[in-house]
Design a protein. Structure first.
Length: 379
């Protein structure tokens, strides 16, 4: 554990080595003499903002300051990590440290590297057997050496014709299926290594899902469906009603919280699924054709909701769709064909309408003349 007295004595020793009085050090840091005296006797610790200036003045590293001693070059790393961990744990409290450690706010929430998925046996009668990326009579490379990143807070779409490998790719990222090759990192953790027994727990803790169907438990009310996700995430009971209330107002579902899923519309169900996904603050929300079963009004409302979750709740969303209208709500689109990512398109500052037109152009370019593979569905 961090030793405040030892740190104090260390500060005192280093100050004296510099030939300064307590007041001289205080003056340099623009603080009171009393503060320095308190540190040196181990009665208090310097303010967070003073660490770096103090270290510079005393000519020590931050790790040495925390350790309360000069650290020999050889043992530096080992010692430093150990000390830092103790310090941060005791200051931030265990919970905050856990979340900080697990979420050092990386640029990319998701990193997919050279991922492939080979199905050895093609399901007979599978809807997509007509596609061209079969490599042998009886096997199909559903995902073929795919690499991409998803930045924190972005809304990324994966587009492609039916059978192009979108769902397979999403299942790999969702830890529902395992790649034949490659690595997939979610907030730095390689999820390919997660054993099957631990996958469900990983999904509960780190992922949110908005799929076309099977989103909600039919025997629970909308409220209970959302609360269930929170309970599984071990959110304390007294916080749950408040969290659900504020979020459901935002998603325009507060009036239907006491209803069962079969009593509400498809659009309302999907917005509940969004609430359930976002409420646990997942690393990434995975959506597979979330608008697939909705009429165009409900679809637009859902897409607005997803975009809002990114904007206002800092959510990161990866959405599979073959619908150009849905894709036009994204920040960036990856185009899949025959298991590969053939192109990508960023929206930048464009309007949805302009982006929509660009997406169509891109699809045309990818498909060349063979429009038979292309499915543009107007909901
Ligand atoms: P999409 O979601 O883009 O329509 P899929 O990922 O569902 O595409 O399918 C990609 C390819 O992988 C298709 O050729 C499909 O037949 C095949 N495939 C999907 N799931 C399986 C499976 N469980 N076993 C064998 N082949 C599969
Ligand atoms: Mg699919």
């Amino acid at each position: 554990m961090m030793n405040q007295v030892k740190i104090g004595a260390f500060i005192s020793e280093r100050r004296k080595a510099k030939g300064w009085t307590q007041s001289q050090l205080a003056e340099k840091l623009e603080i009171t003499d009393k503060a320095v005296s308190k540190w040196e006797t181990g009665r208090s610790m310097p303010d967070l903002s003073l660490f770096m200036p103090l270290c510079t003045l005393l000519d020590v590293t931050l790790n040495e300051l925390f350790a309360g001693e000069c650290i020999a070059e050889g043992t530096l790393r080992e010692k430093a990590d150990e000390v830092l961990m103790d310090v941060i744990t005791s200051w931030l409290g265990h919970d905050k440290w856990e979340s900080w450690k697990n979420d050092p706010a990386p640029q990319n929430v998701l990193e997919v590297e050279n991922v492939s998925r080979l199905y050895e046996t093609v399901l007979t009668g599978h809807e997509n057997n007509r596609n061209k990326h079969k490599i042998k009579n009886n096997s199909v490379l559903a995902v073929n050496d795919v690499s991409f990143q998803v930045a924190h807070g972005s809304f990324v779409g994966i587009m492609g014709a039916s059978g192009s490998g979108k769902t397979t790719l999403l299942h790999l990222i969702a830890t529902i299926d395992k790649p034949t090759n490659g690595t997939i990192r979610i907030n730095g953790q390689n999820i390919v290594d997660i054993p099957d027994e631990a996958a469900a727990e990983f999904r509960r803790r780190h992922l949110g899902f908005v799929f076309q169907e099977y989103n909600l438990l039919e025997t629970l009310t909308i409220y209970e469906n959302i609360a269930l996700a929170l309970t599984m995430k071990a959110v304390s009971k007294e916080n749950i009603p408040q969290m659900i209330q504020s979020l459901s107002e935002k998603l325009d579902i507060s009036a239907i919280l006491d209803k069962f899923p079969y009593e509400v519309s498809g659009g309302q169900r999907q917005r509940c699924a969004c609430a359930r996904a976002i409420v646990v603050n997942p690393d990434i929300i995975l959506a597979d054709e979330p608008t697939g079963a909705l009429d165009s009004h409900a679809a637009r409302q859902l897409l607005d909701t997803l975009a809002m979750l990114c904007r206002e709740y800092g959510a990161t969303i990866l959405m599979v769709t073959h619908d150009v209208m849905a894709a036009s709500y994204c920040d960036r689109i990856l185009f899949m064909k025959d298991g590969e990512i053939k192109a990508s398109l960023s929206r930048e500052q464009e309007s949805k309408q302009k982006f929509f037109a660009d997406i169509l152009k891109k699809i045309e370019w990818i498909e060349g003349e063979s429009h038979d593979v292309l499915e543009v569905v107007n909901p």
